[in-house]
Design a protein around this ligand. Structure first.
Ligand code: ZN
Length: 158
């Protein structure tokens, strides 16, 4: 089972994006470090403007500049620092993937243009000021596995 850890700065960005979006879904890309065997640490996330994130469309246009900055900052060490997957909020429904979420993730991992061996989906919500969520790993052609989900260094999540 993979472990997905959310670093404090990434958690802050996600929380702020959720608070700005209110009842609307928001989301973006996960930028992560391969920290140890089966453990990924999300160091940064991209965020789409609220309302532009209709029904889980990848926010590529908003994210590309951010992605390039992340790669430059991490010395283009792609085996250690890379795109891990997608995140979005479920402000008012269950914290698990919907059928369209599964379909979108399988589309990503089965896309012949991406060489991804897998991709992770993180779904979150802010409840009483605390970040709650879960993570799932998607493998081609059609396998989904639960991940362990940990928000690091956030005293409200301990
Ligand atoms: Zn969803």
């Amino acid at each position: 089972m993979l472990t997905i850890r959310i670093a404090p700065e990434a958690a802050r960005r996600m929380r702020r994006a959720c608070e700005r979006a209110g009842v609307l879904e928001t989301g973006g890309m996960l930028l992560a470090e391969y920290a140890a065997d089966e453990v990924f640490c999300v160091l940064d996330v991209t965020t789409a403007a609220p309302g532009r994130f209709a029904s889980f469309v990848r926010a590529l246009a908003d994210g590309l500049g951010k992605l390039d900055r992340f790669f430059r900052r991490t010395g283009r060490d792609y085996t250690r620092f890379n795109y891990l997957g997608e995140w979005h909020s479920h402000p008012s429904f269950a914290l698990r993937p919907s059928a369209p979420d599964d379909a979108s993730m399988f589309e990503i991992v089965n896309d012949p243009g991406t060489s991804a061996l897998f991709a992770v989906l993180v779904i979150i919500r802010v409840e009483a000021g605390e970040l709650r969520g879960g993570a799932w790993a998607y493998y081609p052609p059609d396998r989904r596995e639960d991940c362990e989900f940990v928000v690091e260094g956030d005293p409200t999540n301990r």
